[in-house]
Design a protein around this ligand. Sequence first.
Ligand code: PMV
Length: 319
Amino acid sequence: MPAISASASGKIILFGEHAVVYGRPAIAAPVEQVRARVVVTAEPRRRLGSVLIQTPDLGGQAYLDELPQDDPLGLAMRLTLEHLGVSRPPACTLWVSSTIPIAAGLGSGAAISVALCRAFAEFLGAELPAETVSDLAFEVDRIHHGTPSGIDNTVIAYAQPIFFVRGQPIQLLQPASQFTLIIGDTGVRSPTAAAVGDLRKAWQADPERYEPLFDAAAEIAIRARGWIESGQVQRLGALMDENHVLLCEMGVSSAELDRLVEAARAAGAWGAKLSGGGRGGNMLALAPPERTAAIAESLRQHGATRTITTTVRAHKPPQ
Ligand code: PMV
């Protein structure tokens, strides 16, 4: 049997992070330049049920039945087995790799779960629809992180830009024209769960202060959807700037993020903001195509450890 593989891209949140946890809408898009990949190889010489997971990037390997219950890779596999009603899978080795930076707001955890569920299910003879893969990846995130909104698993499983509201059916976005984003990494690793948990405590202590910030972020996401779907992409810049101010007020920015956001604007970006959990991780700038290289260069000069330039493509109606 030939090896089976599946991959999933990273993602970036364009608008509405954090507020999305509180039921407000957010917008996210896939980032194709970074990917998680899983290859499954049958091991007919090993006993039934023997599943070996190799993670060369992390320098490790383990058998599924040795992994702790809350290990995210183990969870993704157990949930897939449970979903398919398989108790003892044929012996196999899963090789898991990823070029998505960890704890940087690019969806590395969800992408690994999505690729893992897809590849493992296919090895077991099932092709899972995007909705199921998204649900399984959400379950992994939920057990592992507490209160995720579900935006990461959704945009990654569907591999298309989305307008996302927690608990509501998926709304795929149809950009009328393409636009270019530059992602700058502060190099500061910042687990999303910590920023989400701290904001939750602050909100619980003073909801009157935070609710209006979430409402303002919701309005921005709704306006942004309009500009994206009508192709007036330059106007998204001002909305990014506004959204960044709100995120600062929510207490999830950092000196490094603010510095990169400022640098991007000074180098000619139409707008810029932090993206994802904040406190570190990545920021995002919207750039006129002719300024992309200069903005990326300026971000690196101002301390970005890595930049990724990505294009959100225009939606092509099916022929
Ligand atoms: O740090 P990221 O990109 O995984 O994004 C987290 C987005 C939050 O809104 C902060 C949390 C969530 O679950 O939606």
